[in-house]
Design a protein around this ligand. Structure first.
Ligand code: URA
Length: 269
């Protein structure tokens, strides 16, 4: 337990907040479940879909709210973009008691049968990040928790949305690691040249930026993690999406994550 310190000053016990997310166990009222968007701007909107939403803290990329599903406390906390900031968020939430994490995000699809607005339920990730290597050697798989993923899959089936279940390429960078050439330098490191074609050939569904770190660290710490991402770019067709469809896509990912949590809570897992 490295991040919370109780100190006695003049007889009073002071609990110091976790270093970055600035939360205490008291703040989250025993919450064992968390919804993790990347974007701090989405936290309030997500929390308002829960019962009794309450703002908790805001520091750097970490904005947090507490809400409830049938009296069960749920933390909503943004991770920021990418593995390093995600690892801090998950580490500190685990320190104060969270055990199950659902990442909700956006993604770029690389398979031709995946359309803008589709949902991707990630069951495992290519570790194209750096942070996961700080938790386990490269042989260790970045794999989601089976029961969290099953709950997301059941929620998607019930909602009747278009979804795909499979492997994501989880990259530290949006540009070279996802083989984008329309950049300032136009340069993609040799390691990534031709990589998108290879991932397509291997049946990888999409690119995103946090699941490899999330899955690897949770598996190594006996925590549970799942990930659902809405398709806002299709690399074979369009890098842009209409505002209306974008918002609907994000709404679907959030609704499905909440429905998945309802199932996990009902199953008392
Ligand atoms: N997020 C990504 O990481 N890549 C995309 O193409 C879209 C969202």
């Amino acid at each position: 337990m490295g991040l919370i310190f109780s100190q006695v000053f003049f007889g009073a016990v002071m609990t110091i907040h976790t270093m970055h997310i600035k939360l205490t166990p008291e703040d989250i009222q025993g919450a064992r479940y968390a919804i993790l968007p990347g974007d701090p701007g989405r936290v309030e909107k997500i929390a308002k879909k829960l019962e009794r939403p309450k703002p908790l803290a805001s520091s750097r990329e970490y904005t947090s709210y507490l809400g409830f599903i049938k009296k069960v406390p749920i933390v909503v906390c943004s991770t920021g973009i990418g593995g390093p900031s995600t690892s801090i968020c998950v580490e500190e939430l685990a320190e104060i008691g969270v055990r199950t994490f659902i990442r909700v995000g956006t993604t770029g699809a690389i398979q031709p049968d995946i359309a803008l607005g589709d949902m991707i339920i990630v069951n495992a990730s290519l570790r194209l990040d750096g942070a996961s290597g700080h938790f386990a050697p490269p042989e260790f798989p970045a794999v989601s928790d089976f029961f969290v993923t099953k709950a997301l899959w059941e929620a998607a089936q019930q909602k009747g949305v278009r979804y795909h279940l499979g492997i994501t390429a989880s990259s530290d960078t949006f540009y070279p690691g996802q083989e984008r050439y329309n950049t300032f330098s136009g340069r993609v490191a040799s390691r990534f040249r031709g990589s998108m074609q290879e991932w397509q050939d291997l049946g990888v569904l999409n690119y995103e930026m946090e699941s490899a770190t999330l899955f690897t660290m949770c598996q190594t710490m006996r925590l549970r993690a799942g990930c659902i991402a809405g398709v806002v770019a299709t690399r074979n067709q369009s890098e842009s999406i209409q505002d209306g469809l974008y918002h609907q896509t994000v709404e679907h990912t959030v609704d499905l994550s909440i429905q998945a949590l309802e199932k996990l809570i009902a199953a008392q897992t």
